[in-house]
Design a protein around this ligand. Structure first.
Ligand SMILES: [Zn+2]
Length: 199
């Protein structure tokens, strides 16, 4: 199956993108997501399913995919999360990608605009995590996963890694895809996080 065909099928068929039996593409990395749902996201799981599907649409053609494997209920004290909250305050599983979905992410006065997502870069110390605000646009998880896999921001407003939310579909470049794949290989070596499936 060609990469282009996979991308289209990924966009159309959620079951194919998520079913274990369909994860048979031999050269792809499949990373488990451990999703911590706040009440808003819990009440709208379809939104989260779409988030994962969009991430697979972007990174699947570059051989990196994601499976929503575990669900954890976010404690009431974390329904609002400060963007700079210490990683020590989060329940983390080093072998999965922890995605926290509070009702709201709040910031400081010096921050302009709202924060839709946060990725903690200190993954070397096992402190890696992603935070996205519930019910934000469909690219926010994919964008934060891009950071998680080492991508910086991009100046093109049509690129997934453009720093501001813009409507419509976006793209990643082949160079960005290759960078994500290299980071995936590094994660596979360290086991933090550990892909469910590796080449
Ligand atoms: Zn960003």
């Amino acid at each position: 199956m060609s990469r282009a065909a996979w991308a289209w099928i990924g966009a159309i068929s959620l079951s194919l993108a998520l079913a274990p039996g369909a994860a048979a593409e031999p050269t792809a990395y499949l990373f488990p997501l451990r999703v911590h749902l706040g009440p808003r996201a819990e009440a709208n799981r379809g939104w989260m399913v779409a988030q994962v599907q969009r991430a697979n649409d972007y990174f699947g053609p570059h051989q990196v995919r994601f499976l929503w494997r575990d669900t954890v209920r976010l404690p009431a004290s974390m329904r609002t999360i400060h963007h700079a909250a210490s990683s020590r305050s989060f329940d983390l599983d080093a072998r999965a990608i922890d995605v926290f979905v509070p009702d709201e992410i709040v910031g400081d006065e010096e921050m302009h605009g709202s924060v839709l997502g946060v990725t903690d870069p200190r993954r070397q110390r096992g402190a890696h995590r992603i935070c996205i605000e519930a019910e934000e646009p469909d690219d926010v998880l994919a964008h934060e996963l891009g950071h998680y896999f080492g991508l910086g921001h991009h100046i093109d407003a049509h690129n997934l890694m453009y720093p501001h939310s813009t409507p419509g579909t976006h793209a990643i470049t082949d160079a960005q895809g290759a960078q994500v794949l290299r980071r995936a290989a590094g994660f596979a070596l360290s086991g933090r996080p550990a892909p469910l499936q590796a080449p």
